[in-house]
Design a protein around this ligand. Structure first.
Ligand SMILES: NC(=O)c1ccc[n+]([C@@H]2O[C@H](COP(=O)([O-])OP(=O)(O)OC[C@H]3O[C@@H](n4cnc5c(N)ncnc54)[C@H](O)[C@@H]3O)[C@@H](O)[C@H]2O)c1
Length: 319
């Protein structure tokens, strides 16, 4: 099994490192000459300046696309139409119509397609999911997510919803085990140079999304690029208790109203779990944990949130 990485910037460099550690790294694509030389030397592998040259020259089974979102569609179209199993970093694509095309292409070419929802492989959310499945604390009613930090200056092609909230939209769908039927969002932009003199993105940089599920179940997703420190938290209110966790420390707190349990466990790197899981799915020709449909529906919900914020009204969905 041979894997390649496309895009070796702030996140793609971790894909290179992890695939190399796992023993599957074959080659990579990077349009920036300096970066290409750096990683060719570091890993003693061949780097290409575009995906077509890599495909002409090397046989690879898996490609991980770690380029800016606006480029995902064209690169994934090339890999999938060549029958190469593909991990596209989140969000799958810029628009749901592009995402739909990729899901169909993967199916028609018998190639696996997954999306880089790395939080799905964080032990915190896995523990919460296991507890919900066993109904240890009853049924989930409300899930609150917080994903906040100051804008790092890297993401310039999308706003905080497509960049960050997609992790939690996917998380809410997964934990409730169903699709939301209504979305309401409020957003704004304070880093916009036109609005405030800051050097920043042109898209929304703070957002609160309310997702409505059956029987009043609700997810509240808070994300921004404004808070001066990093927050990555989840809290699940259930009929018989509360489960909460910190994605960074990987500590989880289980509270049944009488006592609090904080299980101890070894820290895991979610990206290692994610890439191992995808490689095993491709090897065994089984469905990846995160499917193309997960990626696509998450974009549809994110698009509805952006529209809701523009209109100031809820958007009803039938996914
Ligand atoms: N899963 C996560 O938690 C997570 C975290 C950070 C970023 N990401 C995602 O990873 C992707 C990349 O983000 P980043 O922060 O690394 O961006 P970045 O700008 O730091 O890096 C992008 C790299 O891709 C290269 N590139 C651009 N277009 C290319 C092309 N057509 N062919 C080859 N190389 C190309 C650039 O030269 C650059 O080195 C985005 O989709 C982002 O949303 C995911």
């Amino acid at each position: 099994m041979k894997a390649a990485v496309v895009g070796t910037g702030s996140w793609g460099k971790h894909h290179l490192r992890v695939l190399n550690d796992l023993g599957y790294l074959d080659s990579f694509v990077e349009m920036n000459d300096e970066r290409r030389k750096l990683y060719e030397k570091k890993y003693s592998i061949k780097g290409f300046s575009n995906i077509n040259d890599l495909i002409k020259d090397h046989h690879v089974d898996i490609v991980n696309i770690c380029t800016p979102t606006i480029t995902h569609f064209e690169i994934a179209k090339t890999t999938l139409s060549n029958g190469i199993s593909t991990l596209v970093e989140k969000p799958l694509t810029y628009s749901s119509s592009q995402g739909e095309e990729l899901v169909n292409l993967a199916h028609d070419n018998n190639a696996a397609l997954t999306v880089g929802f790395v939080e799905r492989f964080n032990p915190v959310i896995i523990d919460i999911k296991n507890n919900l499945q066993k109904q240890t604390y009853g049924d989930p009613l409300l899930i609150e997510f917080q994903r906040e930090n100051r804008w790092a200056g890297v993401t310039k092609d999308i706003g905080v919803i497509l960049d960050s909230s997609v992790h939690d939209i996917d998380g809410a769908r997964w934990l409730f085990n169903e699709e939301p039927n209504v979305v309401f969002a409020r957003t704004g932009n304070v880093l916009n140079p036109k609005a405030s003199g800051f050097v920043g993105t042109d898209y929304e940089d703070f957002a609160t999304i309310v997702l409505g599920f059956k029987n009043g179940k609700t997810a509240i997703i808070i994300a921004n690029w404004v808070t001066p420190y990093k927050v990555r938290r989840i809290s699940v209110t259930c009929t018989d208790g509360n489960l909460s966790g910190d994605y960074m420390s990987q500590e989880i707190r289980l509270d049944d109203g009488n006592s609090v349990t904080i299980p101890t466990r070894k820290h895991e790197e979610p990206l290692v779990n994610e890439l191992t899981s995808f490689i095993n799915a491709v090897k065994s020709n089984s469905s990846p944990v995160v499917t193309g449909i997960d990626g696509l529906n998450t974009i549809k919900i994110a698009e509805a949130a952006i529209t809701s914020a523009k209109r100031g009204s809820p958007i009803y969905l039938d996914l």
